[in-house]
Design a protein around this ligand. Structure first.
Ligand SMILES: [Zn+2]
Length: 572
């Protein structure tokens, strides 16, 4: 047995995420976690909200709330939506937790002892009116290059020129609009990532099985230009984890906090400590997932993320872990995703373009979205959501293929044999052929799921559903019944068992439908089918069932047109 530690990139706290964010990490991570659990493996599946940094402070200010209160509320909102999509986290934590405070300070202390932290003096813009240092992107002014009057301190949006805040003409605070700004000297801690370059390079070279998307991004950051750069790990902010060296004060760093990129990945570890606390378990229970000196040697750790997060997970976070000199578990496999686009353009949080997670659940149950997103996961390249494609996929795959099979089989049985699995007849060559076909396809499906080839797994699962439909079409029990009722009974017995079989193997993709079908079949035998023949004999003659309500409904053209218009832009 392998123990699977699975983490999804942690979503930022401000606001509700769109479907592109969902398929970029949380949803495929959930698919993999559910599959491994279904195969009987021990799984620890973790996710959290990323709560520190300036955007959280500004969003809280806009909402007129203290930032801690704002984050607590938004965490609850995101947790509720995650439940709505049936994301089966063992724990959904918070990067602002006491556990993450302690661990982040611990890692910083270890890195300092190892000589991997340096102090750097730099000049930063201070706003008197706002009473704070301003990050570059929160300073606006006129671009010296093109004259655009809303250029940001890091870049001009109009001419794309990279800028320093001091380049701007008539700079002002993007928060308050105040021009009462002053350049001040401030001291920050930097992680000496450049010193770790060879170590990181060797480690990445040892990962021959990683997807090319993952390693190519990592290598680019390691080697392009001047190579891996040292990176600031502190900020002059109020909201965040106070800079400390373990539990000791850090002279000269009073009033500063760790930079959000430094503490966010450490939350993966802290999250498991939060899980232990929430479940009344001792420390050893989470440490056995993370410390190779405390039992984590047999753990396989898989991370899921969008491609924009790859540099942090292949370089910065491993630099923190390797630099600590302690036996923490490093990631074994990184599954990264390209982007999902929306109907001819991009999803846009700022413009409200595309479907957001709460809106999606308001119009259709989560399985409809789970199926479409997973079967169109942006793996080898970006993919695109269109309403036409969504409608076609739901209507064909879910309603016509799977839903219709269930409906025909159960209704036919009820009308001819009653609501129980009929006795009589035997399986012949036709049934043996179906079982052989299903066995081969099931093995292919398992192979894709183990390899986290999400689209291929979805295609194979759909092919397995189609196999049942084709059998039903060819065997035609409604015709057989007229001449040989016993043989029709044997055919329907197989078909009813196929419904349970489908429910079990489809559960990682469509957990709610799977549960509905298990209830209709009145079965609690959720064991993964190791042997297809045996699995198709699970429900014996006389076993009672009920005809389920519609498993998947079709999407009408009018609805599709209405939704297309509704989500074209400007979320309220
Ligand atoms: Zn410009």
């Amino acid at each position: 047995m392998t123990r699977h530690l699975i983490t999804s990139a942690i979503p930022y706290i401000n606001g509700i995420k769109h479907l592109g964010n969902l398929i970029g990490s949380q949803l495929p991570a959930d698919l993999f976690a559910r599959y491994q659990r279904a195969r009987g493996q021990e799984v620890m599946f973790l996710c959290a909200t990323d709560e520190h940094g300036t955007p959280a402070e500004l969003a809280a200010a806009k909402a007129g709330k203290p930032v801690a209160e704002y984050c607590a509320e938004m965490h609850a909102v995101q947790a509720e939506i995650a439940r709505g999509f049936r994301l089966s986290f063992d724990h959904f934590g918070r990067s602002s937790s006491p556990q993450n405070h302690a661990l982040t300070q611990h890692f910083a202390g270890r890195l300092a002892e190892a000589g991997l932290i340096k102090e750097v003096s730099e000049k930063q813009v201070y706003s008197h009116a706002d009473g704070r240092f301003l990050p570059d992107r929160y300073i606006e002014g006129t671009c010296p290059n093109c004259g655009y009057d809303r250029a940001r301190g890091d870049q001009c949006e109009n001419c794309t020129k990279q800028l320093d805040p001091t380049d701007l003409i008539e700079p002002r605070s993007a928060i308050s609009g105040s021009t009462d700004l002053e350049v001040r000297e401030t001291k920050h801690l930097y992680l000496r990532q450049s010193d770790m370059r060879d170590k990181l390079n060797d480690w990445i070279d040892s990962k021959g099985d990683w997807p090319i998307l993952t390693t190519s991004i990592a290598k680019k950051w390691l080697n392009d230009g001047d190579g891996l750069q040292d990176r600031g790990i502190t900020r002059d902010l109020d909201w965040g984890i106070p800079v400390k060296k373990g539990d000791q004060d850090w002279p000269g760093m009073e009033g500063k906090v760790f930079y959000v990129w430094f503490d966010a990945p450490i939350e993966y570890i802290a999250c498991s400590a939060e899980w232990a606390e929430a479940n009344g378990k001792p420390e050893a229970e989470w440490e056995r997932w993370w410390r190779t000196d405390k039992g984590a040697d047999d753990v396989r750790y898989t991370q899921f993320m969008g491609k924009d997060n790859v540099p942090f997970h292949t370089l910065s976070f491993p630099a923190t872990i390797l630099g600590s000199g302690e036996p923490w578990k490093l990631v074994d496999y990184i599954k990264s995703f390209n982007y999902l686009n929306y109907d001819g353009g991009q999803f846009s949080t700022s413009q409200g373009r595309g479907v957001f997670m709460d809106q999606a659940l308001a119009i259709l149950p989560s399985d409809y979205w789970r199926w479409w997103l997973l079967s169109h996961a942006p793996e080898s390249s970006d993919s695109e959501f269109t309403w036409e494609n969504f409608q076609a996929s739901v209507n064909k795959d879910l309603a016509d293929v799977l839903g219709n099979f269930v409906s025909r089989v159960t209704k036919f049985c009820r009308s001819k044999f009653g609501e129980e699995v009929p006795a009589g007849g035997t399986w012949g060559p036709q049934e043996q052929a179906v079982i052989a076909d299903l066995t081969a396809r099931l093995h292919a499906y398992e192979g894709h799921m183990e390899a986290i080839e999400v689209r291929k797994a979805a295609q194979e699962l759909r092919a397995i559903w189609v196999t049942g439909n084709e059998y039903l079409q060819e065997a035609a029990p409604w015709s057989t019944f007229k001449t040989d009722p016993d043989q029709a009974a044997a055919q329907i017995r197989l078909a009813l068992n196929l419904i349970r079989f489908y429910a079990v193997i489809s559960s990682p993709f469509i957990p709610d439908a799977s549960e509905q079908l298990m209830q209709a079949m009145q079965s609690d035998d959720t064991a993964w089918p190791e042997d297809v023949t045996a699995a198709l004999e699970s429900l014996g003659a006389g076993h009672a069932f009920t005809v389920p309500d519609v498993t998947f409904r079709k999407i009408a053209d009018e609805e599709r047109a209405e939704w297309q218009e509704k989500f074209a832009g400007t979320r309220d």
